[in-house]
Design a binder for this molecule. Structure first.
Ligand code: ADP
Ligand code: MG
Length: 481
C-alpha cells in the first residue's frame, strides 16, 4: 500500500521534494498500522509537518476510505519475515537504489557502525594548529580560507532555500552530529558556496579552536597530485583527517578523477568515523553525477541531501534589497521588483545586474528608476533574451498545457501532446541558436525533418487558429521578458 501511495505522491509533488523527503521513507505495515521510517530526525520532522496529512489522505483513498494509523520513526524498516509482510515493505530495490542510499547488507552494517561511532563525538576539540593555513611539506599549502562575508546573516531566506538553510544551520550548531555528511546541491549561482561558508564561519564563531577546511574539489585533486609527486601523501592524509569539518565545494569536478575519488572516499570515511563533519556541494543530485564511483555516491546519501532551488520573485526582491543595503545604496522596492522581474536565472546574475545599475547611477548621478534600469541593463537583457534554453522552453510549455516534460520527449502521438510538442519545437527554433538536428535530439531523439515540419505547422496554425496564436504569443512573452 505504501508503494501505491508513493506512486500517487510522486505525481503530486515536484521531483526534488519527492526525492528528498518521500522517496527515502521505508514502511512497515501490519495490523492496520503503518510505520514509516525516516533516515534521520530532520526528515522525520519535516515529513510530519509538511506531508503527513496528505499521506494519510492518500492512504485513506487507497484503502477504501479507511485510513491506517500512521506513525513515524527514525531508522529503517525491519526485515520482512513472511511473504505477507514482504509485500507491504516499500519497493526495496527501486527505492533504495534510486535514492542513492544504502545498498548492500555489508554496507548497511558498516553504516550502522559508522553512525554509532560518529554520534557521541561532537567534533571540535583537537589541539589547535594554525586554523586557516597549514603548511605541509615543501610548497604544498593547504588553504582553507573562509569568506567572512558569507554568513547566515547575509543569506536571505526564501521558499527556494529554506530547507537548505535550515539544514545548514543545524549542521553549524552541531557539527559531526546527525546530518553527516551534508550534501547541498542545485544549479549555479544559487547560494551553495555561500551556505557552505556560512556553516564554516558559524562553526568557528561558536568554537574558535575548530579547524575548518574549505576547498573546491579541484584543489583537493591538485593537492593530492602534488603530495604524490613530493612523496608527501601521508602528510596529505594526516592533514585532511585532522580537521573538524571538511567542506568540499563543487564535487562534480571529481568525475573521472579516480585516484582522487579513492582518496576522498577514505578521507570521508575516516572523518565520519571520527565524528567530524563533512559537507559537500554539487551542481546535481548525487545519483546523476556521471563517472563517479557508486560507493562514493551512495555514501553521500547517508546523511542529509538537500536541494537549493532557484529563488522565486519575492526572494529575488529581498536579496536585491539586502545587497543594496550592504552596498549602502538606496533602492526603492519598485526598482528592486523591476530588476527581479527581469533577471530570473540565478542570484549571481542578479547581483551582477544590481552592480551594473549601481555603477551606472554612480557615474551619471541618476536616480535608480525603472527606465534608468532598463537602459542600464539593455545589453545584459538582450543577452538574456537570446539565451532561452530548450530545457526552459520544454518546462514552460509543459506547465502551460498541464502535461509532463517527459510527454514532450516521448513517442506518444495523441493530440494533447503532439500540439504542445510542435509548439515547443517551434519556440526552440525561434528562440535558441540550436540547429534543427540538435532540437530533434533534445526532443527525445527526433529527426530534424520532424522539427522542420513542426515549425511550418505552427506558422500555419498561427494564421488559422486564434487559440494557437494566443498561446504562442503568451509563450514569447513568458520566455523572453
Ligand atoms: P553557488 O555556489 O550555488 O554557485 P554562490 O553561493 O556562489 O552560488 O552564490 C552566488 C552569489 O549569490 C554569491 O555572491 C552569494 O552571496 C549570492 N547569494 C546566493 N544566494 C543568496 C541568498 N539567499 N542571499 C544572499 N545572497 C545570496
Ligand atoms: Mg559554488
Amino acid at each position: 500500500m505504501w508503494h501505491q501511495c508513493l506512486e500517487v505522491l510522486r505525481d503530486e509533488f515536484p521531483a526534488q521534494q519527492f526525492n528528498t523527503w518521500l522517496r527515502p521513507l521505508q514502511s512497515d505495515h501490519r495490523e492496520g498500522q503503518l510505520m514509516l521510517f525516516a533516515p534521520n530526525r530532520f526528515v522525520m520532522d519535516w515529513v510530519n509537518e509538511k506531508y503527513l496529512r496528505r499521506i494519510e489522505e492518500v492512504l485513506k483513498d487507497l484503502n477504501g476510505g479507511q485510513a491506517p494509523r500512521v506513525t513515524m520513526k527514525v531508522g529503517s524498516a525491519p526485515k520482512p519475515t513472511d511473504p505477507v509482510v514482504r509485500s507491504e515493505v516499500a519497493p526495496p530495490v527501486r527505492v533504495s537504489e534510486e535514492a542513492g542510499q544504502t545498498v548492500t547488507e555489508e554496507e548497511r552494517s558498516v553504516a550502522a557502525t559508522v553512525s554509532e561511532t560518529s554520534r557521541p563525538a561532537p567534533a571540535v576539540s583537537k589541539p589547535q594548529t594554525e586554523r586557516r593555513t597549514v603548511q605541509v611539506e615543501g610548497d604544498i599549502k593547504h588553504q582553507s580560507f573562509l569568506n567572512e562575508t558569507f554568513t547566515f546573516d547575509t543569506f536571505v531566506e526564501g521558499k527556494s532555500n529554506q530547507l537548505a538553510r535550515a539544514a545548514s544551520m543545524q549542521v553549524a550548531e552541531n557539527p559531526g552530529g546527525a546530518y553527516n555528511p551534508l550534501f547541498l546541491y542545485g544549479g549555479v549561482g544559487l547560494g551553495k558556496t555561500h551556505l557552505m561558508h556560512a556553516i564554516g564561519n558559524e562553526i568557528v564563531r561558536r568554537n574558535p579552536r575548530a579547524k575548518v577546511a574549505y576547498l573546491r574539489s579541484e584543489r583537493f585533486v591538485a593537492d593530492m597530485v602534488k603530495a604524490l609527486q613530493l612523496n608527501a601523501i601521508n602528510e596529505f592524509k594526516r592533514y585532511y583527517r585532522s580537521v573538524d569539518a571538511l567542506l568540499i565545494d563543487d564535487i562534480q569536478f571529481f568525475a573521472r578523477k579516480e585516484r582522487s575519488q579513492e582518496e576522498f572516499f577514505h578521507t570521508f570515511n575516516a572523518l565520519l568515523e571520527g565524528g567530524q563533519q563533512v559537507i559537500v556541494t554539487c551542481d546535481r543530485f548525487p545519483k546523476e553525477i556521471s563517472d563517479m564511483e557508486e560507493r562514493l555516491k551512495s555514501r553521500f546519501g547517508w546523511g542529509l541531501t538537500v536541494m537549493v532551488e532557484p529563488p522565486e520573485l519575492e526572494t529575488r526582491v529581498a536579496i536585491l534589497m539586502k545587497k543594496a543595503e550592504q552596498a549602502n545604496v538606496k533602492l526603492s522596492s519598485e526598482a528592486a521588483f523591476f530588476i527581479a522581474q527581469k533577471i530570473r536565472s540565478n542570484v549571481r546574475e542578479l547581483e551582477g545586474a544590481l552592480r551594473l545599475v549601481i555603477a551606472n547611477a554612480h557615474f551619471t548621478g541618476s536616480e535608480i528608476t525603472p527606465p534608468f534600469i532598463r537602459e542600464s541593463l539593455k545589453d545584459l537583457l538582450a543577452l538574456h533574451e537570446k539565451q532561452v534554453s530548450i530545457d526552459n522552453i520544454q518546462r514552460t510549455v509543459a506547465e502551460y498545457y498541464k502535461i509532463k516534460v517527459s510527454d514532450l520527449l516521448s513517442k506518444r502521438r495523441t493530440r494533447t501532446v503532439t500540439r504542445p510538442r510542435q509548439v515547443a519545437m517551434s519556440l526552440s527554433k525561434e528562440l535558441t541558436n540550436h540547429s534543427l538536428p540538435e532540437i530533434g535530439d533534445a526532443f527525445g531523439g527526433r529527426d530534424h525533418t520532424t522539427v522542420l515540419h513542426a515549425c511550418k505547422k505552427i506558422v500555419e496554425l498561427q494564421e488559422t487558429d486564434p487559440g494557437i496564436r494566443e498561446d504562442y504569443q503568451n509563450f514569447m512573452r513568458l520566455l523572453t521578458t
